[in-house]
Design a protein around this ligand. Structure first.
Ligand code: GLU
Length: 290
């Protein structure tokens, strides 16, 4: 799937709802990073959550990108069609003794964390307390629904010290231990965001992972997986998020309009894209954060 030479970026939305202005900025940042270098801008649909992904949202994403004037290169990649590749990566990590099945529900984890004296928190919220790590490796247990988690301490010991480079933040020592034993295959999906994004960025030959700074905390996990799976290491660029006039992140719930709505009401897409490039929000909604 990958091609050699030049900068390759991607926009990787999940088709679980309409895109809003924050997504538009992410797409513009990624598109422009490729274009400024004469590179390629790819689209990947992150639809591993088959229960929440909808074809009409895929159609909306394609229409939104066209409307914004962001031309894409290559075929659209759908994660739902790449489960065999994720399974192969999981097998490889399992063969290294780095995965264990986890039978906990969200409620189990919340209870365990609430009961423990020092509730561990990862960079992405509650850190898994490791309940299932010590279970006997009994194949009979696998008849019950389970996720697969990475034994992070063991993985970090095998991979050794790692760094990653962000075009804005500089070179950073990766600390995946801070995230704890994250899920690499969900009970319901057979993979997870972390695994799928890492496998696919490599498969698509992405050289520059451009995305919002809200995913900064995930990058040490991806950097670790690259080391464990012998994948090429891209450069990252985590851009600032859109904020409203109150300085709060402009998310759907705080009233960011869906792009489809703006499109349908006759807003000029390329002009709106230029506004976002200049840090201006249309309709007087707010400004980008520093
Ligand atoms: N699918 C993720 C999202 O919609 C983005 C993944 C990424 O850029 O790494 O938030």
């Amino acid at each position: 799937m990958s091609q050699t030479g030049g900068v390759v970026t991607r926009f990787a939305p999940s088709p679980t709802g309409p895109l809003h202005l924050g997504h538009a900025l992410a797409a513009i940042e990624s598109h422009d990073r490729a274009r400024v270098s004469g590179g390629r801008f790819l689209l990947r649909i992150e639809d591993i959550d088959t229960g929440r992904s909808r074809p009409e949202h895929v159609a909306g994403i394609l229409a939104d990108l066209d409307w914004l004037g962001l031309a894409r290169d290559g075929e659209v990649v759908f994660q739902s069609q790449r489960m065999a590749q994720y399974a192969a990566a999981l097998d490889r990590l399992r063969a290294q003794g780095l995965l264990y099945p986890c039978f906990c529900t969200r409620a189990d984890i919340a209870r365990e964390v609430a009961d423990s004296a020092s509730a561990p928190h990862g960079a992405d919220g509650v850190r898994y307390p490791g309940t299932c790590r010590a279970l006997p490796r009994d194949p009979a247990l696998l008849a019950r629904p389970h996720a697969w988690r990475i034994d992070m301490a063991r993985a970090v010991a095998i991979a050794g010290p790692l760094t990653w480079t962000d075009e804005i933040a500089g070179t950073i020592a990766a600390d995946p231990l801070a995230s704890g034993d994250v899920v690499l295959a969900r009970k319901d999906a057979g993979t997870s965001y972390h695994l799928a994004v890492t496998v696919d960025d490599a498969a698509q030959g992405v050289t520059h992972v451009v995305r919002g700074v809200d995913l900064f905390h995930a990058t040490p996990i991806h950097r670790l997986l690259q080391a464990l799976l012998d994948l090429p290491v891209p450069t990252w660029r985590h851009h600032p998020l859109l904020t409203g006039p109150d300085g709060q992140r402009l998310a759907k719930r705080s009233g960011a309009p869906a792009l489809a709505l703006l499109r349908a009401s006759g807003v000029d897409g390329p002009a709106l894209a230029d506004d976002l490039r200049a840090g201006r929000l249309p309709l007087g909604i707010g400004t980008t954060s520093p």
